[in-house]
Design a protein around this ligand. Structure first.
Ligand code: PLP
Length: 288
């Protein structure tokens, strides 16, 4: 396990991560009554942070919480946390829970003070082996709840599915509901067939992915726009390429699904083209 970076943030205070404490009655701890964001940071600069901010606001609204940080506060919290952790490349994790009351109560109480927590973690660079060989994935029934569009900290199903993939020597678990592809346990998914890029439709079943949205922009610029629509699991066997995307993994090719090769079993040409655009975009946003 990567060593955590040292300085975290809790409710206005920056301190050594291991010294920060929350009350046991915090609803994030008791119920997973909390939402979160993960923002990649390249050379000290948060990447597409505005989109993470907007999604956080949306998640809060969906669980009937008021906005907790305005843009200014969000920006300065990020800046200070990044600076205190060395201003390099890292991932910022930020979590907002509804807060603590004096008992355990299923009913959502009014007027609690939310708990705001943030920390950083190492951002692993993508291994040459993965870029060369692609990822192996397994497929499983999507056992999560019905509001996966909320970036909730209640991730029990996700972590069980992800861990099962690792037990099977795979690096992600692609999920399906009623025979249709939804997303990865911690990533968005794309399927490429005959030069066309497809992605499952946004809705309550999947998280609106910040990386997916960027990849959609890059695909558009490449003249291969992403088509949103239901993807039947049977279509995976006929796919030329499959990709997963997330803020910390960027865009990665999947080359084996349940042990079967995707296309010719190697990362495909369209992935190479879009990933090259992704890397250029990153470079440009570091320089602007
Ligand atoms: N879907 C799920 C379930 C995720 O957990 C994630 C990221 O963690 C994503 C999609 C991708 O979202 P993003 O690109 O904003 O990281």
């Amino acid at each position: 396990m990567a060593a955590p970076m040292t300085i975290g943030y809790l409710n206005g205070e920056f301190a050594d991560l291991t010294s920060l404490r929350i009350p046991v009655l915090d609803r994030g701890f008791l119920f997973g009554d909390a939402v979160y964001e993960v923002i990649p940071v390249y050379e000290g600069r948060p990447f597409r942070s505005e989109f993470h901010y907007q999604r956080l606001q949306r998640s809060l609204a969906q669980i009937h919480m008021e906005p907790v940080l305005d843009r200014e506060q969000w920006g300065s919290l990020l800046r200070e946390l990044i600076a205190r952790n060395g201003s390099g490349s890292m991932a910022v994790y930020m979590q907002i829970s509804r807060g603590a009351e004096n008992t355990r109560n299923h009913l959502i109480p009014k007027g609690l003070t939310p708990t705001v927590f943030a920390m950083t973690a190492a951002l692993k660079s993508r291994s040459p082996e993965v870029l060369e060989r692609g990822l192996q994935v397994i497929t499983r029934d999507d056992t999560r709840w019905g509001r996966c569009d909320i970036k909730s900290t209640s991730l029990l199903a996700n972590i069980l599915l992800y861990s099962e993939a690792h037990e099977q020597h795979a690096q992600e678990c692609l999920l399906h509901r009623d025979g249709q592809l939804t997303e990865g346990s911690s990533s968005s998914v794309f399927v490429v067939k005959k030069g066309r890029v497809y992605a499952p439709p946004y809705g309550p079943e999947i998280l609106p992915g910040t990386t997916r949205d960027l990849v959609a922009e890059l695909c558009e610029a490449n003249g291969t726009p992403v088509r949103e629509g239901p993807i039947d699991m049977t279509e995976l066997a006929e796919a030329d390429e499959i990709w997963i995307a997330s803020a910390t993994r960027e865009l990665l090719p999947v080359t084996r699904v349940d042990g079967h090769p995707v296309g010719d079993g190697h990362p495909g040409p369209l992935w190479r083209a879009i990933d090259a655009r992704f890397q250029d975009y990153k470079q440009e946003s570091a320089n602007d």
